[in-house]
Design a binder for this molecule. Structure first.
Ligand SMILES: *Cc1c(COP(=O)(O)O)cnc(C)c1O
Length: 398
């Protein structure tokens, strides 16, 4: 029987599959250090859990409006106003089952078959697959370590065609940790406004930002770009709420309406209890984030220093999110137990098998010379994992 060609063309998520492999090894009693995690290792804040329990006890367990409750939408509007300087009303907000779902809604709302969506690489693994799901075409614009993994407006201009529908922005970026400045965003906004293309701005790591960097939403540059931007954000990363599945978009009201209609048929409302939990997270004390950020900085500094001290390895210091993109190109051509390291997949497999360290090959992010290490794991694990990588390097042959 013939199955969906589109369905068959979709790749599995490589980050989730490495994680699954490591979890299986751990279940088999093998002591694996996991650098694959795409989620904070902290617990969901206590007051957020309590709000969910209270919601259950109060019987808040039925359908809500398909695009989210009015009180949560209002809380999101208030957050966007005070934190991002953006004026929205609940008519602009759609609450979905995680930011991933919000992104899928966004592509569905704006893309027609054959439209091109520019995705800067290294990119988060799901963007190209999401674009393919709506019969649009991902156009990858690769950036390099030399440019701090930032694309230039000139690069963007060269990628434009009359079919360009949107560009995906992800700042702070997974996997690079790069953060765009306000001036850089203003230049991108100019280009997008002049050429009439949408910006899908994935701001999920907004609060995980370090050093003297601050988050700026491109929508706040001016009213024109705001009209063309779909902001995507959610609870997962800032509040350690990955399992709760609440994300949201802020966009112009027409696009919001389309997404609401699509969602009303696909999933109906996001979980009612999780919406109450999200409300508590947004309205409640924010000091939990500061604690998490302080810990991430400590781990990042340690990891970056260790990696750059190892012969053959290097990395640039990320300014946001919780990943380090480690350059392994200098060890290409060397071998380990008879296998020559030729790309990021081979390296990741050898490391998992022989050093019992799980990390994510860069091939899935469109950068085969690098691998991604998450520091959303304890300093003890980071120390042990890096010790193992060091020992692995020591046992390689020319
Ligand atoms: C984790 C992540 C998301 C998805 O978050 P959910 O709200 O859990 O769906 C979206 N974008 C990026 C870049 C991410 O790393």
């Amino acid at each position: 029987m013939v199955l969906s060609k589109k369905g068959l063309s979709i790749n599995p998520s490589p980050t989730l599959s490495i994680d699954a492999k490591a979890k299986k090894m751990r279940a088999d009693g093998i002591d694996v250090i996991g650098f694959g995690a795409g989620e904070p290792d902290f617990d969901t804040p206590e007051h957020v859990k309590k709000a969910a329990i209270a919601a259950i006890e109060a019987g808040f367990t039925k359908y809500t409006p398909a695009s989210g409750t009015l009180e949560l939408k209002q809380a999101i509007c208030d957050k966007l106003k005070t934190e991002n300087g953006l004026e929205y009303t609940p008519a602009n907000i759609i609450v979905s089952n995680g930011a991933k779902h919000s992104l899928v809604n966004a592509f569905q709302a704006i893309c027609n078959p054959g439209d091109e969506v520019i995705i800067p690489g290294p990119y988060w693994v799901s963007y190209p697959e999401m674009v393919k799901l709506v019969d649009a075409v991902p156009v990858i614009v690769n950036t390099t370590e030399e440019s701090g993994f930032k694309f230039t407006v000139e690069q963007l201009r060269q990628a434009l065609t009359e079919k360009t529908k949107a560009i995906v922005l992800n700042s702070p970026c997974n996997p690079t940790g790069m953060v765009y400045t306000k001036d850089e965003l203003a230049a991108i906004a100019d280009l997008a406004v002049n050429h009439g293309i949408f910006v899908i701005s994935d701001e999920i790591y907004e609060k995980l930002i370090y050093d003297n960097y601050t988050h700026v939403s491109i929508a706040s540059i001016n009213d024109k770009i705001k009209e063309q931007t779909i902001i995507v954000n959610g609870m997962s990363k800032a509040y350690a709420m990955t399992g709760w599945r609440i994300g949201y978009t802020a966009s112009n009201a027409q696009i919001a309406k389309i997404m609401a209609n699509i969602q009303s048929h696909a999933t109906s409302n996001p979980n009612s209890i999780a919406q109450k939990a999200a409300l508590a997270a947004i309205r409640g004390p924010q000091d939990v984030i500061g604690t998490m950020v302080g810990e991430f900085v400590r781990r990042r500094d340690y990891m970056v220093e260790r990696i750059n001290a190892m012969p053959g390895l290097s990395c640039v210091k990320p300014n946001g999110a919780f990943y380090v993109l480690m350059n392994i190109s200098k060890i290409f051509g060397k071998s380990f137990k008879g296998t020559t390291i030729t790309n990021s997949d081979v390296f990741a497999e050898l490391l998992l098998e022989h050093a019992k360290v799980a990390l994510v090959p860069g091939s899935g992010f469109s950068i085969d010379t690098h691998v991604r290490l998450s520091y959303a794991t304890s300093l003890n694990n980071i120390t042990e994992g890096l010790n193992r990588i060091e020992a692995f390097l020591h046992d390689m042959h020319e």
